[in-house]
Structure formats: C-alpha cells, structure tokens
Design a protein around this ligand. Sequence first.
Ligand SMILES: Cc1cc2nc3c(=O)[nH]c(=O)nc-3n(C[C@H](O)[C@H](O)[C@H](O)COP(=O)(O)OP(=O)(O)OC[C@H]3O[C@@H](n4cnc5c(N)ncnc54)[C@H](O)[C@@H]3O)c2cc1C
Length: 467
Amino acid sequence: MNTAAPVVIVGAGPAGATAALSLAEAGISSVLLDDNGAAGGQVWRTGAADLGPPLAYTDARGDELRRDLKRHGDLIDHRTGHEVVGLFPDLRLWVLEGGETVTSLHPKAIVVATGALEVFAPVPGWTRPGVYGLGGLQALMKTSRVVPDGPVVLGGAGPLLRLVAAQLASFGAEIAAVVDAAPWPSSGQVLRLASQPGLLAKGLAFEWGLLRRGIPVHRGSAIVEVAGDEEADSVLVAPVDENWRPVDGPRRRLEARVVGLGYGVRSNVELTRLAGCEHTFSASRGGWHATRNRDMETTVENLFLAGDGGGIGGVEVALAEGVIAAASVSERLGQGDRLKTKAAKARGRMVDLVRFQDALADWSGVRPGILAGSTEDTIICRCEDVTRGEIAAAVAAGYTDIGPVKMNTRAGMGLCQGRTCTPALQAIMASETGRPLAEAGLPTSRAPLRPVPLKALAQLPLDEAVE
Ligand SMILES: Cc1cc2nc3c(=O)[nH]c(=O)nc-3n(C[C@H](O)[C@H](O)[C@H](O)COP(=O)(O)OP(=O)(O)OC[C@H]3O[C@@H](n4cnc5c(N)ncnc54)[C@H](O)[C@@H]3O)c2cc1C
C-alpha cells in the first residue's frame, strides 16, 4: 500500500479515475479512494463479472477505465470500499474502511471527485415500502441485474428518468408509465441541445426505447401521492404548471407496485463543506457546489474539485475536469507541465458541453414548485421522522436560517446526515421565508460523515480524535 503518495483522490468515477490516470501519465503516484467495490462511479457502476446480458444504453468506457487503473497499479493505489468521513482545511482526511477502521491521511494535494446525489421531492406516502430513488433502482440493476416486479411507475424529471425507464424496460420490467414534470422541450431548447448531437441522440434513443414498447409518458405531470395499505399499490398523478405546481385538471390513479422517484441530481458537497470551501448556487449546474478557479482549485489551497461534485455537468465534463485537475496538481507539486496540452484540449471541449448542460437544466432543472405535492403531514426527513409542518412551524417561530431549523427540528441530523432531505428542506425554507431557493442556504457538515465505531476513532492519533 502506497501510503506516501503525495496526492489523494476521493471518488473513482469518471472524474477521479481520469485524474489518477492522468497523474500516472505524468509519473505521479496517487491514492484513489472510493466507497464502492469497483471503479466507475454512478455512470459506469458495475457488479460481478458474470452478470449476464449487458445493460442497455451504456458504453464500454467503464470496463476500459477499470482495466487502465489495474495497468497503472504501480502508481495508482486504488482502495475500494474506503469511505472518506472527514476532510479538514489542513488537508487531513479520515478514511473509514470496512465500517470498522478509521485511518488518517495527510497528502500534499487532494482531488475531490465525489460526484452527485439524487434530488427527491417528498409526497404523501413516499416512505412506503416499494418506493425507491431512480438511482437506487438503477444501482440494483447495474450491480446485480435486479429487475422489480411490476407494474412500475417512474416519476420526476431530467435525463435519468427516461434512462432508467428505458433500461428497466429492456430487461423486461413492466413499466406502466413515466410521469415527467417537464413538458416537451421547446424548439429553442431542442436547438441548443442539438449543439451536442451525440448526447441529443442518446436522449432520443431513450425516448424511442419507451415509444416502441408503448410505455406512456405523461408530460407536465407529477406523482402527488403514493397510496397503499402498507406497501405501495398505486400513485396519484396530477398535471403541473411550468414551475411544477399541481394545477386543476384531470387526476389519474395508476396501479404501481414499485415506484421510482427522482427530480435530477445535485452536487455532493459533504466533503467540500467539511473542508471549509466557499460554496455558490447555480441553478443550471444543479444548485449548490464549491467554487473553483479555472484550474479546478477550490478556495482551500491544494484542494481541487473535479466532476459533478463541482456543479452538474455530466460524464463528458467529468472526464475533462479530471484531466484539468490532474494537470493543476502536477504543476503545483512542481512535477512539470507534461499534462498542459491535454488539459488545454479538455478545456476546449468543455465550452460546448457546458452549453448543452445549461440547455438541459433550462428544460428539466429543478423548479420552485418541486415540493408543492407535499402536505403538512408529509415526512421530509426520513431518518428523524420530521414533517413539513414541523419545519414550517420552526420557521414561523423565527428560525429563518437552515442551520437553526436543522437544530430545532433535527431534520437532516439522522443516519444519512441530510443526503436525502436537504433539497426538500431548502425548498421549504425558500417557500416559508419567501426567499429564492438560492438564498435558502446549506446546512453545516460535521465529521465523521457516517456512523463510526468509537473504537475506530480511538485508533486515531489522540489530538485528531479529540478534535
Ligand atoms: C444515482 C445517480 C445515477 C446516475 N446514473 C447515470 C447514468 O446512468 N448515466 C449518466 O450518464 N449519468 C448518470 N448520473 C450522472 C453522473 O453523476 C455523471 O454523469 C458522472 O457519473 C459523474 O462522474 P463523477 O466522476 O463526477 O462522479 P461519480 O460517477 O458519481 O463518482 C463519484 C464516486 O465517488 C464516490 N464517493 C462519494 N463520496 C465518497 C466518499 N465520501 N468517500 C469515498 N468515495 C466517495 C461515489 O461512490 C462514486 O463512486 C447519475 C447520477 C446519480 C446521482
């Protein structure tokens, strides 16, 4: 194990793995940490080798990436099943291994490439058994080819909605309907999306996959209730306006044994928050993310950030940013500018890709009415059972910032530490205070990010454990 590597990269998705491979090209060793069992991140997530038929609508680059990481094993110390649960402004990291052991690393430079998290919109009944995040359904399919028994109804917005529907359908799942809050894209939006013909063609392929199987897509509509005795057995679908607020019009009840929900993705900011980086809000890049300069460096010196964790850009942007971050690290370590030309090319590619992402967000990005389907009694924080009404009451009592509301209600203070409920909490804060979503703020993060046995903390050097 190469514990003396000068660089630690967190996240072995397209961005992090590309950063490690680029550094290896320049002769620089790195430790690549990821909490999954294999590299690939969200987009190229994989399971056992003998899974059977390949997943539809994916490319072979994930396998290539895993082969390349192995080939550079002399310079890349890829540690699977390692989760970073602490990152401090002086670049120390706490790494949890196997849920049991915590070790501390202190490299010269860090590349955070922790990707994205899903955006959920709680509605009455969303905590029933049978309701999944779209990413959860996709992860089951990618890692073990689990296909849910239908009828399945998928609801939300954004490209993942159609991709998951098309993938599940290709494996024989009975998809009863796709419920999309976004309307058809306008002709102007289609023109902007056409600036990346390859990516637009991929989107159209998902659409075609649904059409030829006769799967209905209800556009401009949202799932506003999941019903059932215990488990989900149906959903209520309502028409919504351009801000995703339910409006008058015919409502339909659809039978659903499995429900998949997801309203796009947002940057995973857990580690950059812990490290004390400055953050900013950008609606077109999925909301809050750490600010970076053109070299991918955050406001914390020698802490670089690549991929969806620094604003949603998709896989091609993640790949380009991985190269740029590696080039910047190489220069910072005084290891020369061997990656300069490669980084310049990556920068060139990014201009059009970011334009495409803007058009995508314009069509299907989160709208202010995202929580309009919830009621007073709807649970927002599943870990601590906090309802929308309780959060609204805290705001009414004078807690108008997200931190105090979190402390007052315990929303976001449970096992997942706000990974699921933070966007909903922010949307409620915005609607209850009348402020724009961009001013709803971010809750604080604390180390350790995940539950850690006390005995593991006790293994750390005394000053760190006490801190
Ligand atoms: C649920 C979900 C499913 C998606 N599916 C697709 C898809 O099928 N196709 C597509 O084009 N795009 C998909 N995306 C979008 C996707 O985020 C990007 O296209 C692409 O994967 C971004 O690459 P990345 O390297 O920035 O991040 P990711 O690919 O997300 O890689 C980040 C990696 O960091 C790991 N990580 C995070 N936090 C820690 C930590 N604290 N310690 C250790 N490891 C950590 C993660 O487990 C992950 O392996 C999906 C996004 C989400 C949220």
